[in-house]
Write a protein that binds this ligand. Structure first.
Ligand code: NAP
Ligand code: ZN
Ligand code: ZN
Length: 348
């Protein structure tokens, strides 16, 4: 089916309209009319080939929420009219140990990402959510709690799960001191989740103008990270730090804040390697780790958690045609705190 979308044709070209082909729903497929799609910094890294492995053209977008229009004959959990969502994953091998353990993002056969992944149906690459519709296997389609505002729920599909998963994995809860580094799309959800899980939550931001918002979003303390003395007051005190920064920064300065056997988890993916001094890891002993989105069951758990606790993203709604300007603002850390595309603008 011809489908309107926005794509980057090369690392240096702005995103522009492009017609893509979506398959008609197969037996296990759900067809979704996309209402909203969040704008993740990964979309920008991909569109500009900052990680070096983009295949063009690329249609970014993996925070996809919409209404079901058609379902295949074997679909049991969705019907036309339902709200449904698709995140970063649309398929995996489903048989390896990771898949069986509900960690499809670590599929050893290769997870199929929502965009720029090998599409086993078309033979080409998958196309993401900057488009009017998507067709996704029911097994990778998420249910959206009815009390969540659809536009404010869309970024949960990446920014939400990418922060929820490590906070849960490393046992964040009451009595734990957690630091969130960077107040962007991921960071603002990290603050909300750390607070909702009951941890003492400290936000580290380079932007003084975000301090009041940091507290409003749930941080118990806000530290302006350019202030070395303010940083030093927290030396060796964190059970966990979640680093969401998208660009070059001093990882060692943050490692010095982690306590004995605490963990610093990197989720931000700056295009260039970030130097780590071994001394930062051994006095006292501590862990440096990474985390990648979350599996399908955990993403559903996160959405249900948000439904129960009323957790949603703080967003700025934009038209599809504003995407290139939105990318420039994201590079200036000028987002409060996630751009979400109103997909009606693409159809109108
Ligand atoms: P974002 O909204 O642009 O937020 C990034 C934040 O990092 C900014 O708001 C800013 O916060 C801070 N920052 C930016 N440049 C900085 C610099 N030079 N030094 C220090 N701080 C800086 O991006 P996002 O969508 O949250 O994504 C963040 C990163 O996570 C990206 O690299 C993205 O690709 C990655 N990501 C990873 C996963 C995963 O599964 N691991 C999933 C999604 C995204 P302040 O203004 O508060 O300092
Ligand atoms: Zn993302
Ligand atoms: Zn697998």
């Amino acid at each position: 089916m011809p489908t309107r979308a926005f794509a980057a044709q090369s690392a240096s070209s702005p995103l522009a309209p492009m017609s893509i082909d979506r398959r008609s729903p197969l037996a296990s497929d759900v067809e979704i009319d996309i209402l909203f799609c969040g704008v993740c910094h990964s979309d920008l890294h991909f569109a500009r080939n900052e990680w070096g492995f983009t295949q063009f053209p690329v249609v970014p977008g993996h925070e996809i929420l919409g209404r079901v229009t058609r379902v295949g004959s074997g679909v049991t959990r969705f019907k036309p009219g339902d709200l449904a969502a698709v995140g970063c994953l649309v398929d995996s091998c489903r048989t390896c140990a990771s898949c069986k353990a509900g960690m499809e993002q670590f599929c050893t056969g290769g997870p199929v990402f929502s965009y720029n992944g090998p599409d086993k149906h078309s033979g080409g690459m998958t196309y993401g959510g900057y488009s009017e519709k998507i067709v996704c296997d029911e097994a990778f389609t998420l249910r959206v709690p009815s009390n969540l505002d659809p536009a404010r729920a869309a970024p949960l599909l990446c920014a939400g799960i990418t922060t929820y998963s490590p906070l849960r994995h490393w046992g964040v809860g009451p009595g734990k001191k957690v630091g969130i580094v960077g107040l962007g799309g991921l960071g603002h959800m990290g603050v909300k989740f750390a607070r909702a899980l009951g941890a003492h939550t400290v936000l580290f931001t380079t932007s003084e103008s975000k301090a009041a918002d940091g507290r409003r979003l749930g941080a118990d303390e806000v530290v302006i990270s350019k202030d070395a003395a303010a940083l030093a007051r927290h030396a060796g005190s964190f059970d966990m730090l979640l680093d969401t920064v998208s660009a070059d920064h001093d990882v060692n300065a943050y490692l010095s804040l982690v306590k004995l056997d605490g963990t610093m988890v990197m989720v931000g993916v700056p295009p260039k390697p970030q130097p780590v001094a071994v001394f930062s890891l051994l006095m006292p002993r501590k862990n440096l780790a990474g985390s990648l989105i979350g599996g399908i069951a955990e993403t559903q758990e996160m959405l249900d958690f948000c439904g129960r606790h009323g957790v949603m993203c703080d967003i700025e709604l934009i038209r599809m045609q504003q995407i290139n300007e939105a990318y420039e603002r994201m590079l200036r850390s000028d987002v409060k705190y996630r751009f979400v595309i109103d997909m009606a603008s693409l159809k109108g």
